[in-house]
Design a protein around this ligand. Structure first.
Ligand code: DAH
Length: 378
């Protein structure tokens, strides 16, 4: 039943306020039905129409018959209601027009009722994380050299993380990578047991199983180690692996490629330096050092000692080497006969490079998600 203005019998303040409240409630309820020109027009006529609009009814049924003593009060109430009604009618018009402009989308999103004169909701913009920025920079240096990008699983099997990379079961070389193992795997054969990959190197094997040589790939990803967090360690961090396999790949190719990559990343004045090292999956193996880009290789900052390079003027940036023939043996059937192909591989820690590049002295800052920290690098 549509609302009609009731006759007033009681002119006490209390019942006047209650009756006026009912009018306002009806006014607002009915305005919700206004969605277009036609429904707005019906609303306008019902509330402000000269002949029998509710404003007119209020005048006829409330104000005119009001006893003399109550007239001023009812008059004020009437004037107030009349202007509220007029405002509601005007607003309903604005609203359906705005909604029509913004369309169903706005209504679906609950923006209705909408007042476009209000300031918008400002969403704070995040900042690119320095680790992801460094990640992208490194990947793009190698993409420009013709490398493609591969990724692999973070939960890995013992076979890919260790065995096929020439870490035999129970070999002490496994101890160099404090591993987080998935629980409850004891009933499986060792090579099938799951762990959180400790490096991105397992994706070397996964890629060589899928793609025949020649290949050139970079493999960015997340890795985990059982290291307690401190200023330079995090149980989760990021690596970028590289692998190039073809006929006649030499250590010279490795040196030339990485020397170019370091100059592209850190500036053309950096020098590179290879020192012998050991990794089970490369032979020979090396660690790559670049001249410290903080002190320029002098080991000093003004008169102070340079801390990032421990005053040596050199910073270790990655491990690398020629792919060990024992590794190729695991993928021999896919065209990787160690007598016919050779290759080089390298792996670097993205977080460490980001720390050095941006002069940050605590890796934990990278994992705290504080926008005020992150915005300093954007
Ligand atoms: N996977 C090694 C690590 O996490 C880094 C590494 C060294 C990767 C030598 C390589 C490599 O591909 O050839 O410590």
């Amino acid at each position: 039943m549509a609302y009609t203005v009731p006759k007033l019998t009681d002119y006490s303040e209390e019942s006047l306020v209650a009756a006026a409240g009912e009018v306002v409630k009806q006014l607002n309820d009915e305005s919700k039905a206004v969605t277009d020109e036609a429904s707005w027009d019906a609303y306008r006529v019902r509330w402000t129409g000269r002949k029998n609009g509710i404003t007119t009814q209020l005048n006829e049924t409330w104000l005119k018959p009001a006893p003399g003593a109550s007239k001023p009060r009812v008059g004020a109430l009437y004037a107030d209601l009349r202007s509220q009604i007029q405002r509601a009618v005007d607003e309903a018009k604005d609203r359906y027009r705005n909604v029509a402009i913004l369309g169903d989308h706005a209504r679906a999103k609950g923006l209705y009722p909408l007042d476009i004169s209000l300031p918008g909701v400002r969403r704070t913009i995040g900042a690119e994380h320095p680790v992801m920025k460094t990640w992208r920079e490194i990947v793009s240096v190698f993409q420009k050299l013709g490398y493609s990008v591969a990724e692999g699983p973070v939960v890995e099997t013992d076979y890919y993380n260790f065995e096929a990379l020439n870490f035999p079961p129970n070999h002490p070389a496994r101890d160099t990578q404090d591993t987080l193992f998935i629980a409850g795997q004891q009933s499986k054969p060792q090579r099938e047991r799951l762990l959180l990959r400790t490096h991105t190197s397992p994706v070397q094997i996964r890629t060589m199983e899928k793609m025949r040589p020649p290949i050139r790939i970079v493999i960015p990803g997340t890795v985990h180690r059982n290291d307690p967090p401190d200023a330079s360690h995090s149980p989760m961090f990021h690596q970028i692996e590289g692998l190039a396999v073809d006929t006649n790949i030499t250590f010279g190719d490795l040196k030339g490629t990485l020397d170019h990559a370091m100059k592209a990343l850190f500036g053309s004045s950096v020098k590179t330096h290879f020192r012998p090292s050991f990794f089970p999956f490369t032979e020979p193996s090396a660690e790559l050092y670049v001249t410290c880009f903080i002190c320029g290789g002098s080991g000093k900052r003004g008169t102070d000692p340079c801390r990032p390079c421990k005053q040596t003027g050199w910073i270790e940036v990655l491990g690398c080497g020629m792919v060990d023939p024992n590794v190729f043996e695991f993928v021999k059937d896919n065209g990787y006969d160690p007598k016919k192909v050779s290759g080089f591989a390298f792996g670097m820690g993205v977080d460490r490079l980001a720390l050095l590049k941006y002069g940050v002295d605590d890796i934990q800052l990278f994992f705290q998600g504080d926008v005020r920290f992150l915005q300093q690098f954007s």
